[in-house]
Design a protein around this ligand. Structure first.
Ligand code: SAH
Ligand code: SF4
Ligand code: F3S
Length: 479
């Protein structure tokens, strides 16, 4: 069989990374192999994100670049999947008439069939998306968004010892700026029996680290066979899986960081001591306009509680700058919060108005772009300073690193030097690079840290010298 070639480009969050992994796996079964260039691909797929305008622009320009390629190779199948497919639907065909497929995040299981149909019937465009949040009965809307979690094929994962496991789809929080609830649909939790079974299967195939995925992962709850499960119960159940070494989860919602969740993380050794709990802003007025559902006092209380119970826990956040009406004073309150909480790191975004959201309908996007940029840079500079100081606390210390693979930038080496620069993460999600041997990928290694900047710590493998015990042959007798 001649292999068909698939080019896939993914933007957006971990949900999209997982979706792409599953789509690639399903197409590999159909005889596809990956190619890094669109030029020789039979099928070109984009897995898209709508969270900010920039993410959409990137995909529309990539599509623009394919116009001529499609003219020259009309049987190249071009598909747009994911959140922008759900949001823009037919608009994608209008803007790029040579696109063959538009497939929402709830229809990804259909991709192999849709690609086959597109190949057999060139020129026929296909649109497969979920119902909008007001387009029918709740149950049918929910069903139309059900996600794509087929049984895994271990050889298809990018790294065999790490895996994402989706525990929740959609979101019901409706923060006023956010498009996710409308493109990913209502919040739905997967049953614990399915999650645990998937984890067991992954671990039996060599997986050591599982990352649970959900937009507000700690809000997960599910009643199964009469038992009401909370997120903490799920953590305890997964912790029992023999062979699992690390249990991570993203993203947490501040208000749902209840005592039982923190207790579970503290008490379960396999749980990474890392919480991504976006605060979004430092001012109560802005939080209210964003409809985040908590005050800064409540966020601070949650943060203090986490730090009190787990002094080594690493907390990270997301922030939006330049949201509707943000004054300089309010922006400075975000700066104050970052100074006070000293996050391990923060992801900072300039507010991007998303059509169809509450804030687009009701609140002016009135902070000028230069101001957004300046605030973004100011906050980033502060966060970098904190991150660097925070990482430097590790100088001279020994950390346990799960080795993920070669680091992105390999240093120049003398000829014949077999060392490779590897990267991995600590239990508190800090990135460590060190010289090692590819054999060490997938292992947990002791690393001594000798340097650190805001984003990376540099270290060396600790070689344990086992001093042979000197056993005296004859105990001298005391005279
Ligand atoms: N579910 C997660 C985050 C999902 S989106 C949570 O609730 O925290 C990831 C991040 O993108 C958000 O935390 C927010 O900081 C940012 N974001 C979402 N919508 C945005 C918008 N319209 N403009 C700018 N940033 C946005
Ligand atoms: Fe968006 Fe808010 Fe839901 Fe996060 S919690 S996905 S920011 S609506
Ligand atoms: Fe983007 Fe969709 Fe994730 S909008 S952030 S890819 S859920």
């Amino acid at each position: 069989m001649t292999m068909k070639k698939l080019y896939i480009e993914t933007v957006g969050c971990q949900m999209n990374l997982l979706d792409s992994e599953l789509v690639v796996a399903s197409l590999r079964k159909e005889g596809y192999e990956l190619t890094p260039s669109t030029a020789d691909a039979d099928t070109v797929l984009f897995n898209t994100c709508s969270v900010r305008q920039h993410a959409e622009d990137k995909i529309y320009s990539a599509l623009g670049r394919l116009k001529n390629a499609k003219r020259e190779m009309p049987d190249k199948v071009i598909g747009v999947m994911g959140c922008m497919a759900q949001k823009d639907q037919r608009l994608i065909f209008q803007r790029a008439p040579y696109v063959d497929l538009v497939v929402g995040p709830g229809q990804l299981h259909q991709v192999p069939e849709l690609v086959r149909q597109a190949r057999e019937n060139p020129g026929e465009q296909r649109l497969e998306v979920s119902l909008g949040r007001k387009d029918g009965a709740v149950d049918s809307i929910k069903r139309s968004h059900e996600s794509f979690d087929p049984l895994r094929d271990p050889s298809m994962r990018p790294t065999p010892f790490q895996a994402y496991v989706r525990i929740q789809i959609g979101c019901d929080k409706f923060c006023t700026y956010c498009i996710v609830p409308s493109v990913r649909g209502p919040e739905q939790s997967r049953p614990p029996s399915q999650i645990v079974a998937e984890a067991r299967q992954l671990v039996s195939e060599g997986c050591k680290e599982i990352t649970l995925l959900g937009q507000t992962v700690n809000s997960w709850r599910h009643t199964e066979d009469g038992r009401a499960w909370r997120f903490s119960d799920l953590l305890y159940a997964l912790h029992e899986v023999d062979g699992l070494e690390r249990l991570r989860f993203v993203t947490s919602y501040p208000k749902d960081m209840t005592d039982d969740v923190l207790e579970a993380i503290r008490d379960l050794p396999k749980c990474v001591k890392y919480l991504h709990v976006p605060a979004q802003h430092g001012s109560d007025e802005q939080l209210k306009l964003m409809k985040r559902g908590y005050t800064i006092a409540e966020y601070r209380e949650m943060h203090d509680r986490a730090k009190r119970w787990m002094p080594d826990v690493a907390v990270t956040s997301d922030f939006i700058v330049g949201f509707s009406g943000e004054t300089e004073e309010q922006f400075q309150m975000t700066m104050d919060l970052v100074r006070e909480c000293r996050f391990k790191n923060s992801f900072i975004f300039k507010y991007s108005e998303r059509p169809g959201t509450k804030s687009a309908d009701r609140l002016p996007d009135d902070v000028p772009d230069e101001v957004k940029k300046r605030r973004n840079n100011e906050l980033l500079a502060l966060q970098n300073e904190i991150s660097e100081e925070d990482n430097q606390r590790f100088l001279g210390q020994r950390v346990e690193v799960l080795v993920e693979g070669p680091s992105k930038k390999q240093p120049q080496r003398e000829e014949g030097d077999p060392a490779v620069q590897l990267m991995g993460r600590t239990m508190c999600d800090r990135i460590v690079v060190f010289d090692g041997n590819p054999r060490q990928i997938g292992q947990t290694m002791p690393i001594a840290i000798y340097d650190a900047n805001a984003h990376t710590m540099f270290g060396a493998v600790v070689t344990e010298h086992v001093t042979p015990e000197v056993v005296p042959l004859a105990v001298p007798t005391q005279a």
